[in-house]
Design a protein around this ligand. Structure first.
Ligand code: FAD
Length: 485
């Protein structure tokens, strides 16, 4: 699809979306939601441009046809590297979350996991999922990769929760399919997606087998509805003529709470049904891909933030100061470190039993662990360079007002030759990325998206191979085991 066809295809869906307690009739044109749709639309627009085709498209190994890379099953480490480069490009173009990665990461995780379930259990999930992928590729769909359950009491297993719906689960198995109930929280781009692709949220034990479920449903399926997640400063987008104050008037991201009220799923769309031993594998593979993803997208957004900070320094007349130059160097160093990790875990990837490529899991976890920290430091340095006016500045309405406008223009001026409005625009962009709507994606998603920091530390511990490292040290130090006796 091109950009316009994508927008038209979302318009055709009969989505049930609630915002501020009301059912939204037309989410596509809602001023608070539309910027997020524009970000996804960019994934279609760039794929049409000759200069970006190499990154934005790939050849499907299922059909031999050209597909959008967001629908691709990675066939090599080169594909994995291109994925990260594509994500950086999109971060640069939108300065926000472009939402389509969760689906891509779910495709690749489910493809390889279902292959291994079938080999062990004699099921036919992989065949079903392969057919599903052909449908996704053929129709160039955006798919919400839905893993996170609300989880209620974090100290209790799914089946031990006071409310059994705190983890999405199977309530009925029928001859023609299953019925599921529950919710998925924090769903990125849910309203801009054609489909929801569900995975379990954690490894399961046998008593939790009703919660070990993976399936796909259209986003307007009977029984599915969404409650839009609000963001800091979101209603600025609803203000008359919203432009400067929004910071990024064109693009944004969103998350939603997606609720499944006894939703029927036909068997051909079920990819895991109670094989609890494989829930952990699916989760780990998805998380690995998604931890790689942040080495691309957050770096692209970081590029925009570094650029905005450098412009703020120019407009403030501080650009020549050595400490400002050094802070911009530090921001670049941190940002490129994230990118290096994204590229490294891709280049060190390997083939799965199903034939698609998986990232190096240790390096992907190191990547995400850095992502939980570095964007915060980059944001801190951007705020330092921007100055306090970034958060105390009068509104755009005051700037345009006949009476007080001239005072705003006069007293918010920086260096000669730069209009006050342009200085305001750059400062509002920094505010948007560090404290406003885009901070959801740049900051808190960096912390919790694809798992909170502790989840990566557990994975790093598991793969650090300390015993080998001890042996290396013993050899160099000439440790003599007989002296220990
Ligand atoms: C902006 C954003 C976008 C997201 N997009 C998606 C998406 O598209 N799809 C999707 O599926 N998910 C998405 N997520 C969800 C993300 O994966 C979760 O936020 C993450 O897994 C953490 O879960 P939580 O938010 O419930 O935090 P919690 O589980 O409440 O964690 C809070 C803290 O408690 C700790 N903790 C939690 N449980 C335990 C325990 N049992 N023992 C000890 N400590 C514990 C954690 O380590 C953390 O420090 C998104 C999240 C964000 C913020």
């Amino acid at each position: 699809m091109n950009k316009d066809q994508y927008i038209a295809s979302i318009r055709k869906l009969n989505l049930k979306v609630y915002l501020f307690g009301e059912l939204i009739e037309n989410p596509v044109d809602h001023p608070m939601i539309r910027p997020s749709l524009n970000s996804v639309a960019m994934t279609y627009e760039l794929a049409e441009q000759e200069e970006h085709k190499d990154l934005m498209t790939a050849t499907s190994h299922l059909t031999g046809k050209t597909v959008n890379r967001f629908c691709h099953l990675h066939q090599s480490t080169e594909d994995l590297v291109k994925k990260v480069k594509m994500q950086r490009l999109l971060g640069q173009k939108t300065a926000s979350c472009f939402q389509r990665c969760v689906g891509m990461d779910a495709f690749n995780a489910i493809f390889s996991t279902t292959f291994e379930i079938d080999a062990k259990c004699g099921t036919e999930y992989h065949k079903r999922f392969t057919e599903y992928m052909k449908f996704v590729q053929e129709n160039d769909l955006t798919v919400d990769g839905a893993m996170t359950d609300p989880k209620g009491d974090r100290s209790l297993a799914p089946s031990k929760q006071e409310d059994p719906d705190m983890y999405l689960h199977i309530v009925e198995e029928r001859a023609d399919g299953i019925v599921v109930r529950g919710a998925k929280a924090h769903q990125t781009g849910a309203l801009n997606s054609h489909e929801h692709l569900i995975m379990p949220t954690q490894a399961m034990k046998e008593e939790d087998k009703a919660y070990a479920v993976s399936f796909a449903v259209p986003s307007d399926a009977e029984g599915v509805f969404m409650i839009y997640g609000r963001q800091s400063c979101d209603t600025r987008k609803m203000e008359e003529g919203a432009d400067i104050d929004v910071g990024n008037s064109e693009f944004g991201g969103h998350e939603a709470l997606v609720i499944f009220e006894d939703v029927f799923v036909p068997w051909n769309r079920v990819f895991l049904c109670k094989e609890w031993e494989f829930a952990g594998m699916m989760v780990e593979r998805f998380a690995g891909y998604h931890r790689q993803s942040y080495g691309g997208c957050k770096t692209g957004v970081g590029d925009v933030l570094i650029g905005a900070a450098a412009l703020a320094a120019d407009y403030n007349g501080a650009a020549k100061a050595n400490h400002i130059k050094d802070k911009l160097i530090e921001m670049t160093h941190l940002n490129e470190t994230l990118y290096a990790c994204g590229i490294a875990c891709s280049a060190e990837g390997c083939k799965t039993k199903a034939g698609n490529y998986q990232i190096d899991n240790l390096l992907a976890n190191v990547c995400k662990q850095n992502v939980t920290r570095f964007p915060y430091e980059i944001a801190r340095l951007a705020e330092d360079i921007a100055g306090g006016i970034m958060v105390t500045m009068p509104s755009e309405a005051d700037y345009r007002d006949k009476k007080v406008g001239p005072f705003v223009k006069k007293y918010l001026k920086g260096v000669a030759g730069v209009g006050t409005a342009n200085r305001m625009r750059v400062l509002r962009l920094i505010e948007n990325l560090t404290l406003g709507t885009a901070a959801v994606g740049y900051r808190t998603e960096s912390m919790h998206g694809a798992g909170s920091p502790q989840a990566q530390r557990i994975m790093i511990a598991r793969q650090s191979n300390l015993e080998l490292k001890k042996l290396l040290a013993k050899k160099i130090a000439k440790v003599n085991e007989s002296e220990n006796k």
